[in-house]
Write a protein that binds this ligand. Structure first.
Ligand code: SF4
Ligand code: FE2
Length: 626
C-alpha cells in the first residue's frame, strides 16, 4: 500500500505520503506545487521593504536601494532580523519555563527531577536546603539574567559555557547581555537607515546565537527536567499508529511543555479518566506532535499511562488530525500550522490555545495562568469531553494503523546516555579513537517541504552518514521524521557501516540517537562540551558536525547561529536567503572559520553533503592524531 510515484506529496515516509495524497482535504503538502515558483529576489535575500521608498530589489543594473543600501547591507539586515525573531521565540520559551518552575516551586508543587535540580544548584552555587526553595532560586537566577540590559553580560553563561569558548566569545566581543534586550537591540540594528555594517550585524547574530543556545536551548531542557521528570532511555511507539480511536485523543503541539504540567497530572487521576469512560471511551490520551510531543516522548517513562506516543513532526500534524480520531488540539507555540485550522473545523476538532503568542484564529484562547491552573485544566477537560461526545458519531475515521513502529529508542539525553555508557564518556571516546565510530553528526532542526520533500534530505543524509560509520544524534522535527522512517530502532543498525553496525549491535542501540525536541540541541551542546572537556580540547577540534538539512524557521537560524558560535561546521540543505550578498555568503561559509571555527555549508544533495561532512570529520581526526 505504498505509492512511490506520488505527484501530490513527497515524503521520505512513503506510507504517510500515500495517506496524505489520498486525503479528501487540502494539506501543506498539496499547496507546495502552487507555491513552486519562488521569488528570486526573496530567495537571494535582496528584497528590502524597510521604508516607503521600497520595496527595493537589487539587480546588476540597480545594485543599490534608493537609500544607498547595497546587497550586502540588505541581506545582512534581513538575516539579522530573522535571527533576532528566532532568538525571541526561544527566549519566550525559556522565560515561560522559568516562570512556571518558579510558581511550581513557590506553591510547593511536585518536582520530579531531583538530579537535574542538584546539577543546576551546583552550577549556580545555590546552597543546600529545601528543594522547593532551591528550585525557585534556580528559576529566579534564569529570569534575572534574561531581564538584564543588553550592556550587562548575563551571569549564568559564565557557569554554563565551556571555558575555551567563553574566552573566544570574550575575545570577539560577542558575549550577550540580557537575552530579551539583545533581541531588541538586534531588531533596532536592522531597522531603516540604522546599521549598515554587514560584519557588525553578523557578529550580533552570533551574540543572539549564544543567548539562544545557552538559555533558550540548554536551560529550558534542564528546567523542564526538574518539573517534568528526567529522560530515561526506553523503547516507545511512534507514528500515526499510536492513535487509538477508542480513547479521547488530545493532540499537543508547540514547545512549552511546562504549560502542560498541571493538565498531565490531572490526566493521571483515576477520577479524571473515569469521566472519559463514562462518555464511552477507554480514557484520555495525549498524542504527541511537533517538538512538545518529542519532549513528552523523551520523558515518556513518567507518563506511560496517559501518553499514546509521538505521532509525527510539523508536516505530519495535518495527517494526524485527518485520522478523525483526534478530539482536541492543545497548542502553545510553533510549529502549529495555520493549515490545521480548516481541517479542525471540518472534522469538528476543538482547538484550544494556551499562549497568545501562538493564538490561532479559530482556536479558543485559554492562556495558562499558574494560579488558575485548577480551573483551566478542569475547563479544558470538560471542553474536550464535549468535543468527543459531539463529534465521534458524526465524523468518520480514516486511520493509518500500521504506520510507524513500536520500538523507537527514546529518552536519550546528556545524562541518560552517559549513564547508559557506564557513567563516563570514555567508552564513546574510545570508540571514536579506535575509528569504530568515525565521528558524530548532529542532524537537527526542522522539516520542510522544499528540500526534496518532507524529511527527504534529512533521512537520505542520515542514511549516508551512518553508512560512513558516523553516529547521528538528532533533535527537533528531524527526529520525528527519522523515527517514523525507522532509523531509531535497534534494527536500523543494519543500515550503518560495518564498524558502527557492530558497535550498535553489541550495545543494542540504533545508529541514530533521539534526543527529542529542537530544544535538545542544547543537550547536544552539553554532550559536545563534556567530550571536549574529557579530551582537553576546544569544541571545534572535535570530529563533530551539525546539519540542519531541512531548516524551516527563523528559530532554526538562531540555533544555527549558536552552532557557528560553538565553532561547528553547519550544513544546510537550502541557503538562508543570503546568496544575493557575496560578502555575507563569504563571511558565513569561509571567514567564520577564522573567527569562531564554524562554517556554513550549503548543499542540497545527500551524498555530496555526507562526503563534505565526512571529510571535515576526517580532517579533525587527523588534527587530533586519531
Ligand atoms: Fe529601499 Fe533603502 Fe527603503 Fe530598503 S530602506 S526599501 S533599500 S530605500
Ligand atoms: Fe522545535
Amino acid at each position: 500500500n505504498q505509492c512511490y510515484s506520488c505527484t501530490t506529496c513527497k515524503s521520505a515516509d512513503k506510507p504517510l505520503e500515500c495517506y496524505i495524497a489520498g486525503l479528501p482535504m487540502e494539506t501543506s503538502h498539496h499547496r507546495v506545487e502552487g507555491q513552486s515558483v519562488k521569488c528570486g529576489f526573496g530567495l537571494q535575500g535582496v528584497c528590502c521593504r524597510l521604508c516607503s521608498n521600497g520595496p527595493c530589489r537589487i539587480t546588476p543594473e540597480a545594485p543599490h536601494g534608493i537609500c544607498g543600501a547595497s546587497a550586502d547591507v540588505i541581506v545582512a539586515r534581513n538575516f539579522l532580523r530573522a535571527v533576532a525573531a528566532g532568538s525571541g521565540c526561544y527566549i519566550h520559551v525559556v522565560e515561560t519555563t522559568a516562570l512556571n518552575l518558579k510558581e511550581t516551586a513557590l506553591s510547593g508543587g511536585a518536582l520530579k527531577g531531583m538530579n537535574a535540580l542538584e546539577h543546576l544548584c551546583q552550577l549556580f552555587a545555590i546552597p543546600q536546603g529545601d528543594p522547593h526553595t532551591r528550585a525557585a532560586a534556580v528559576a529566579q537566577a534564569v529570569l534575572d539574567d534574561l531581564y538584564l540590559p543588553d550592556y550587562t553580560p548575563m551571569k549564568l553563561q559564565q557557569k554554563l559555557s565551556y571555558g575555551p569558548r567563553l574566552a573566544k566569545w570574550n575575545e570577539l566581543g560577542i558575549l550577550p547581555g540580557g537575552a530579551k534586550s539583545e533581541v531588541c537591540a538586534g531588531v533596532v540594528k536592522c531597522s531603516t537607515n540604522l546599521n549598515s555594517d554587514p560584519t557588525d550585524m553578523l557578529l550580533h547574530c552570533l551574540k543572539l546565537g549564544i543567548s539562544t543556545g545557552v538559555y533558550g536551548l540548554m536551560l529550558t531542557n534542564l528546567l523542564n527536567d526538574v518539573m517534568l521528570g528526567e529522560p530515561e532511555i526506553t523503547p516507545a511507539p511512534v507514528g500515526l499508529g499510536v492513535i487509538d480511536p477508542d480513547y479521547i485523543n488530545i493532540m499537543i503541539t508547540g514547545h512549552q511543555h511546562s504549560i502542560f504540567v498541571h493538565l498531565q497530572e490531572q490526566l493521571k487521576k483515576p477520577e479524571v479518566q473515569e469521566l472519559a469512560k463514562a462518555a464511552g471511551a477507554r480514557g484520555f490520551r495525549l498524542v504527541g506532535c511537533t517538538c512538545v510531543g518529542q519532549d513528552l516522548q523523551l520523558r515518556g517513562v513518567h507518563y506511560q499511562d496517559i501518553f499514546s506516543g509521538h505521532a509525527g513532526n510539523n508536516y505530519t500534524s495535518e495527517a494526524v488530525l485527518a485520522t478523525g480520531a483526534i478530539d482536541a488540539v492543545l497548542s502553545e507555540f510553533n510549529c502549529t500550522l495555520p493549515g490545521i485550522e480548516p481541517i479542525c473545523d471540518r472534522l469538528n476538532i476543538r482547538q484550544i490555545c494556551l499562549d497568545d503568542v501562538a493564538k490561532k484564529q479559530n482556536a479558543e484562547l485559554k492562556p495558562f495562568v499558574f494560579e488558575d491552573r485548577e480551573r483551566i485544566s478542569r475547563e479544558i477537560l470538560e471542553e474536550i469531553l464535549e468535543s468527543y461526545k459531539n463529534r465521534r458519531a458524526r465524523v468518520p475515521l480514516n486511520l493509518l494503523p500500521e504506520h510507524g513502529n513500536t520500538n523507537t529508542i527514546t529518552g536519550v539525553s546528556e545524562v541518560s546516555l552517559k549513564k547508559f555508557l557506564g557513567g563516563s564518556w570514555k567508552p564513546l571516546i574510545d570508540l571514536i579513537a579506535s575509528g569504530d565510530i568515525k565521528g558524530i553528526a548532529g542532524v537537527v532542526g526542522c522539516s520542510n517541504l522544499t528540500a526534496g520533500g518532507h524529511d527527504v534530505l534529512t533521512v537520505e543524509l542520515t542514511r549516508e552518514l551512518i553508512a560512513r560509520d558516523i553516529l547521528v544524534l538528532t533533535a527537533g522535527c528531524s527526529s520525528g521524521g527519522l523515527e517514523n522512517c525507522g532509523l531509531m530502532t535497534p534494527e536500523a543498525a543494519r543500515l550503518a557501516g560495518p564498524k558502527l553496525r557492530a558497535v550498535c549491535e553489541s550495545l543494542g542501540i540504533p545508529p541514530v540517537l533521539n534526543f527529542g525536541p529542537c530544544l535538545a540541541i542544547g543537550r547536544l551542546e552539553m554532550v559536545a562540551t563534556e567530550l571536549a572537556q574529557a579530551l582537553n580540547v576546544d569544541i571545534p577540534q572535535l570530529p563533530l558536525v551539525l546539519s540542519a538539512a531541512q531548516w524551516l524557521e527563523e528559530q532554526a537560524l538562531a540555533d544555527g547561529a549558536f552552532g557557528l558560535a560553538l565553532g561547528l561546521p553547519l550544513h544546510l540543505g537550502l541557503p538562508p536567503f543570503i546568496t544575493g550578498s557575496s560578502l555575507v555568503t563569504k563571511i558565513l561559509t569561509e571567514d567564520m572559520k577564522a573567527l569562531t571555527g564554524g562554517q556554513v555549508i550549503v548543499n542540497s544533495h545527500a551524498g555530496e553533503s555526507a562526503d563534505i561532512l565526512e571529510q571535515i570529520i576526517m580532517d579533525k581526526r587527523q588534527a587530533l592524531n586519531i
